[in-house]
Design a protein around this ligand. Structure first.
Ligand code: PPE
Length: 308
């Protein structure tokens, strides 16, 4: 998806002009992929822009770095403040997507990452519907990927690692080239893991079911966690259970969750319509409640918002 440039990017503690925020071609992460990132959204609310679950995203970034043994020189509090500053200086009062990235810069070559300089950036820009407006409205076409999700002893799946996304890219391209919108990835044990950039829920007999993230080798999604809270508050049963591909084929409803994607109904999986093929009532209710919560329209979820 194209990016609309904004004015400033936060680079190692200072605000740098968008076009000047560049890096050397021999930066370590470009060659070996050791780095970590986050995706965060800010929304327009009636009392100014607010970042959704900002602290939780920055905690995950710090944890990703810990797993990768990257010595991040900022605290969660400092990263939270920096993110809010980026929204403010770029006049993003209508909301935006924020991309914090910690990468290893120029200094050394060779696989050992420990002696390379740690570089931290936070960029932000306005970003529309990640899987398209049509998908948000009518559901997306999913394909089970021929690419498996990482085994936890191949990539630490709790870390949002730069290099690990090659796996997501392979699955995404395969799905797009075959005429689908997005890929569902199975773990090496054949169970459902997650999508190239989202987690997944099914609805069966009125209950919501999602794979347990650590067992499924999926990212512990913050949107997933928000949806679990919302669904429980709406009175639905929510269960963390392993799923197989045939559980998807015969479920009543299914949807994806992610910061960029938000809540998106699944219309079909491997050309089998989910339910009627149209977004189901529980999916629609969760989708619209989430959309209101992130915009500060539901007082019960106010604690999830960080006013800029
Ligand atoms: N799984 C993966 C693999 C993933 O990348 C994401 C977020 C999620 C699940 C959902 O996590 P959360 O955002 O905490 O609910 N994917 C980010 C990157 C998308 C991109 O194209 O870049 C995102 O949604 O920001």
């Amino acid at each position: 998806m194209p990016i609309t440039p904004t004015k400033k990017i936060w680079v190692n503690g200072t605000l740098v002009d968008w076009e000047k925020a560049t890096t050397h071609v021999l930066s370590h992460t470009l060659h070996y992929g050791t780095g970590a990132f986050e995706g965060i959204r800010a929304y327009k609310t009636s009392s100014g822009p607010a970042v959704f679950r900002l602290r939780e995203h920055m905690v995950r970034l710090v944890n990703s770095c810990k797993i990768l043994m990257i010595d991040l020189p900022y605290t969660v509090d400092q990263l939270v403040e920096a993110a809010k500053e980026v929204v403010r200086v770029n006049d993003l009062e209508n909301g935006c997507y924020l991309r914090p990235l910690v990468y290893l810069g120029y200094g050394e070559m060779g696989i050992n990452p420990l002696n390379s300089p740690v570089e931290t950036i936070i960029a932000a820009w306005p970003w529309g519907a990640y899987l398209g407006d049509e998908g948000v409205e009518n559901g997306v076409k999913m394909k089970i990927s021929s690419w498996n999700r990482h085994h936890p002893n191949v990539f630490p799946t709790a870390s949002k690692t730069v290099g690990a996304y090659v796996n997501s890219s392979l699955a995404k391209v395969e799905a797009l080239k075959a005429g689908y919108d997005e890929a569902i990835m199975l773990g090496t044990d054949g169970r459902i893991s997650e999508c190239s950039g989202e987690n997944l829920f099914i609805v069966r007999d009125g209950a919501l079911i999602t794979p347990p993230s650590s067992e499924a080798g999926a990212l512990a999604g913050i949107t997933l966690n928000s949806v679990v809270e919302i669904a429980k508050d709406l009175g639905y049963e929510v269960r963390y259970e392993s799923l197989r591909r045939d559980d998807l084929y015969i479920c009543d409803e299914a949807f994806l969750t992610g910061t960029a994607a938000e809540v998106v109904p699944i219309g079909s999986v491997d050309d089998r319509a989910i339910g009627s093929g149209k977004p189901g009532p529980i999916t629609k209710q969760i989708q619209s409640t989430y959309a209101s919560a992130v915009r500060g329209e539901i007082p019960a979820y106010e604690a999830w918002l960080d006013r800029v």
